[in-house]
Design a protein around this ligand. Structure first.
Ligand code: NAP
Ligand code: GDD
Length: 365
């Protein structure tokens, strides 16, 4: 069994590589040329006998053709397209590049497979819950909380709210078209947010846990100056100060944007297993992977700071409008009934497990 993975240097690419190597796959990772090393997340597999790193860019069809010609033959080949400009806020600043990579890149891959007559390849596309935008279908009355709960699933219409989400929608429809027009075994996983210690540092969960890790290190370096869970008396709009005339240095507060948005956050390792499960089905299809729970950024902050014994996170955080987006997705909460019933997939980690994993990794607890 062989797997070609684009986006191999990213969070999901690295988890998927670990999983497939464990299963005995030969893994061909595709990585674009960068001027600084981008292999941090896969450095532990670079010398693995079943791992090959190929240079390629999803926006460059000729590189995909070369890789497919070299590695696409043989009976059981899977192609996981995880490459993307995946940062939603960044997509407002670089919409053209986002389109070329996240949207058109998928067409490049699919068309190359068809043109080279490699239609036996099973294809996975990393679709996203961002495609739902501000849309949801299910409304359930929770008798315990008295709240109306809203969900998204495979039948919910897409109402994309960013250049990233629009590119993902186009790619998603392209996968459907190639499945129907050419009979490709092409599936799309509509994945809700998934995180973990390998998450990129500018996504909100990791930004929070990384800040906590750095703050704890700084706090420990100030040993004896202040007790656990407390900072000194002198507080400032942008800095936390320790009340000690010998320590005039402050620590910059954590600067975030919209704290009210809700996300259905799961653990990335669970989700890459779901990707693999999709390609083991006899028929291609689209599946939502999610936890079914949703939490606001405030709730994540609360849980993460509590984990290191800080109850008053508000004193450490500055809301900075530079991190607001021109359009926001306020609420994401998925329903994973189809994945449960057809794939036998379920998330193994709770929200609390995820927060703990991330904080402990960044704070080296
Ligand atoms: P990530 O950490 O940002 O990784 C993205 C990967 O794409 C990186 O390896 C990056 O390479 C690569 N890439 C970017 N531009 C490329 C290009 N032109 N050619 C080839 N490779 C390119 O993202 P992730 O969190 O692992 O997500 C994986 C996929 O799932 C993405 O498509 C994302 O949009 C989608 N998704 C993610 C989530 C989530 O919550 N994580 C949810 C739904 C969908 P460099 O190292 O060179 O930058
Ligand atoms: N990144 C970031 N930085 N987000 C912030 C910040 C901040 O300082 N402050 C508040 N937020 C809010 C955003 O406005 C958004 O509502 C929420 O936190 C989550 O933002 P991100 O962590 O950047 O993730 P995302 O939901 O926009 O996108 C991620 O999930 C999608 C699936 O729903 C990415 O992984 C996408 O690639 C993925 O498709």
């Amino acid at each position: 069994m062989k797997a070609i993975i684009t986006g191999v240097t990213g969070q999901d690419g690295s988890h998927l590589t670990d999983l497939l190597l464990e299963k005995g796959y030969e893994v061909v990772g595709v990585s674009r040329r960068t001027s600084t090393d981008n292999t941090e997340r896969i450095k532990h597999v670079l010398d693995h006998p079943n791992f090959t790193l190929e240079s390629g860019d999803i926006a460059d069809s000729s590189s995909l053709v070369r890789i497919l010609e070299n590695h696409g033959h043989g009976l059981q080949v899977e192609f996981y397209n995880l490459a993307a400009q995946s940062h939603v806020a960044e997509s407002f600043k670089q919409p053209g590049v986002t389109w070329d990579i996240t949207g058109k890149g998928v067409l490049n891959a699919l068309q190359s497979i068809v043109d080279l007559d490699l239609k036996h390849i099973r294809f996975y596309q990393a679709s996203s819950s961002e495609m739902f935008g501000s849309s949801f279908d299910y409304k359930t009355y929770n008798v315990h909380t008295g709240e109306i709960e809203q969900y998204q699933d495979e039948d919910t219409k897409f109402l994309p709210q960013s250049p990233y989400a629009i590119a993902k929608c186009a790619a998603h429809y392209m996968v459907r078209l190639f499945r129907e027009a050419y009979g490709l075994h092409a599936s799309a996983g509509i994945l809700f947010n998934h995180e973990g210690p390998r998450r990129g540092e500018t996504f909100v969960t990791r930004k929070i846990t990384k800040w906590i890790g750095e703050f704890i290190k700084w706090k420990n370096s100030q040993q004896g100056v202040f007790a656990q869970g407390q900072i000194g008396g002198r507080d400032h709009e942008n800095y936390i100060y320790v009340e000690d005339p010998l320590n005039p240095e402050g620590f910059p507060k954590l600067r975030l944007g919209n704290l009210e948005a809700s996300r259905d956050w799961g653990y990335a390792g669970d989700y890459t297993e779901g990707m693999w499960m999709m390609l083991q089905q006899s028929q291609p299809d689209d599946y939502v992977l999610c936890t079914g729970e949703t939490h606001t950024i405030r709730q994540f902050l609360n849980a993460a700071f509590k984990h290191v014994g800080i109850n008053n996170w508000e004193n450490y955080v500055v809301v900075d409008p530079q991190f607001y987006r021109p359009a926001e997705v306020d609420y994401l909460r998925g329903k994973n009934t189809k994945a449960k019933e057809k794939l036998g997939w379920e998330p193994k980690h709770s929200f609390e497990d995820l927060v703990k994993k991330m904080v402990e990794s960044d704070a080296q607890l």
